[in-house]
Design a protein around this ligand. Structure first.
Ligand code: G6P
Ligand code: ZN
Length: 543
């Protein structure tokens, strides 16, 4: 195996978005494209040299090829040991855990999350640093700058690692250890949750339907829910991971996980319905005929987590991304713990978790997790819900109703306008940004604007500042309208409009979400002028 330095020319588009570099497979297949990006990481982050590197992905098309490339380059760049999931598989939270467990210098997580996979689909790569969290924006910016000037990359020729064979293989002077993708993760889950109690819950005839959407969580669900917790095999749907995710769009929400939603609203519903996404970091929670919005799920877990074995010491604090509804704020207030509001993007939670300022965090985009790892964690959320249901002897609906009675209810919806031209999307943002100063004090129906601004965030741990993180129009505690551009799309621009309405009177707790939010939709059109500017009469996706 010869060490080679290969001459290369920069690509202009290797800037990471909200969660890593995501592009069409064909883009990643361009000569030296992946190599340039990886070399930029090796060159910029010196911690990888002489240390352990974790590699794994969600199993989508191009995963195995990319992993062979990454291993050959790791060997050429002085990495001491690569730990890779068998078959190239690791869910995002499991990869983050492995980085922490092995005290690795970092990890490559090969995924484009829930974006469609296959030859014509998307591919992606996220760089996670020592400690398991996603690279900070400062670091990804440096990597991007480097990628624009790159002239060569280093690789070892003739490398082929058998990704099916567990154990250690040698590549040049580097060791490659192929590990089972579930073992360490399952062991961690056993330290957090009361497995006996959940097993009993299933024994008493309670049921689960978990939709793995033909993506990475299949093997995790099989081991944890079925093998370890005794759920019947028919609890799992679409549990075999496929390179093209079965042609689907593995995003656990009301649109893309519709078959599960329909099931949970039918006579065949289970006690708990749940789904996860492509790389296993998202989750959706449903009860019989009941959808628990991600913001509600975060608030409800916040209220109950201290009852579960891994969290007996209580929560140090919680955090949510800015567009996530403020349900968890109510619980935090009642518990007397701090509640942080961060920009969209899981990476913003990392410092708060590392500094032990928070134990639990979540986002409206179907992400929830705790300090056990540095990524959001879909299977963890399902286990947490199973444990809460088993411990409280309540159904999902009963739990939700009790919660709303105590803390009030946040009705919430997100409207996405997909594939807009960049100029139209920018126009919506600029027009709203321009009108923000005039909004405070203005009345819209029963609502009065209390504040309107562009959200910026100063990290309380390292003092770094993130500006331009979305526009918000606040009506006191009663409601909010938020607008921002997505940082994860791969086609055109996606505009997101988030609507939130809070009600605490008992008579107002059982409304249909769409009815509750109808007045806000009207207000949003007046304030944001989405239809007027985009020419779209309705959003492309409502979740
Ligand atoms: C990914 C990130 C999340 C983020 C979500 C939506 O899943 O991990 O942190 O909330 O994308 O981001 P977007 O920028 O598309 O709204
Ligand atoms: Zn994901």
């Amino acid at each position: 195996m010869a060490l080679r330095e290969i001459a290369s020319k920069p690509y202009p588009d290797q800037k990471a978005g909200t969660a890593g570099l995501r592009k069409k497979v064909a883009v990643f297949q361009q000569p030296h494209y992946l190599e340039n990006f990886l070399q930029s990481i090796f060159d910029v982050d010196a911690r990888l040299k002489g240390s352990t590197l974790v590699i794994g992905g969600d199993g989508r098309y191009h995963n195995r090829t990319a992993i062979q490339t990454a291993i050959a380059m790791a060997a050429a760049n002085g990495v001491q040991r690569v730990v890779v999931g068998q078959g190239g598989i690791l869910s995002t939270p499991a990869a983050s855990h492995l980085i922490r467990l092995r005290k690795a210098g970092g990890g490559f997580v090969l995924t484009a999350s829930h974006n469609p996979a296959g030859e014509d689909g998307d591919f992606g790569i996220k760089y996670n640093v020592a400690g398991g969290g996603q690279a900070t924006e400062t670091l990804t910016d440096k990597i991007y700058e480097h990628s624009r000037q790159i002239t060569r990359y280093k690789t070892l020729e003739g490398v082929y690692v058998d990704l099916e064979r567990r154990g250690v293989q040698t590549v040049g002077g580097m060791e490659v250890e192929v590990v089972d993708c579930v073992d360490d993760y399952a062991a961690l889950m056993q330290t957090l949750f009361d497995f006996d109690r959940i097993r009993d819950w299933f024994k008493r005839g309670h049921s689960l339907r978990f939709d793995a959407m033909h993506a990475v969580t299949g093997p995790y669900a099989q081991r944890l829910f079925v093998d370890m917790l005794g759920a019947p095999a028919n609890s799992l749907l679409n549990a075999s991971p496929l390179e093209d995710f079965g042609g689907g769009h593995p995003d656990p929400n009301l649109i893309y996980a519709k078959p599960l939603v329909d099931l949970m609203y039918s006579d065949a519903a289970a006690d708990l319905g749940a789904a996860s996404d492509g790389d296993g970091d998202r989750n959706m929670i449903l009860g019989r005929g009941t959808f628990i919005s991600p913001g509600d799920s975060l608030a409800m877990l916040c209220a109950h987590l201290h009852e579960l074995p891994g969290y007996k010491r209580g929560l140090s604090g919680v955090a949510r991304s800015m567009p996530t509804c403020r349900a968890v704020d109510q619980v935090a207030k009642a518990m007397g713990i701090p509640c942080y509001e961060t920009p969209t993007g899981w990476k913003f939670f990392a410092n708060l978790l590392d500094a032990r300022r928070i134990t639990l965090c979540g986002e409206e985009s179907f992400g929830t997790s705790s300090d056990h790892t540095r990524e959001k964690d879909g299977v963890w959320a399902v286990l947490a819900w199973l444990n809460v249901l088993a411990a409280t002897h309540l159904s999902v609906r009963e739990l939700a109703e009790r919660h709303w009675k105590r803390y009030g209810r946040h009705y919430y919806v997100r409207h996405d306008y997909d594939e807009l031209s960049a100029s139209v999307a920018t126009q919506v943002m600029q027009s709203l940004a321009g009108s923000l100063v005039d909004l405070p004090g203005k009345h819209f129906g029963d609502y009065t604007v209390s504040a309107a601004d562009e959200f910026s965030y100063q990290d309380p741990v390292d003092g770094s500042v993130a500006v331009n993180q979305g526009l918000r129009v606040v009506f006191g505690d009663a409601a909010r309208l938020i607008v921002r551009l997505s940082g994860t799309g791969t086609k055109g621009a996606t505009l997101r409009l988030y609507l939130e309405r809070y009600e605490s009177q008992e008579a107002a707790l059982g409304w249909k979400t769409s009815d509750a939010l109808a007045p806000l939709v009207g207000m949003a059109e007046k304030i944001v002028r989405t239809a007027e500017i985009t020419g779209r009469r309705a959003p492309s996706v409502i979740t």
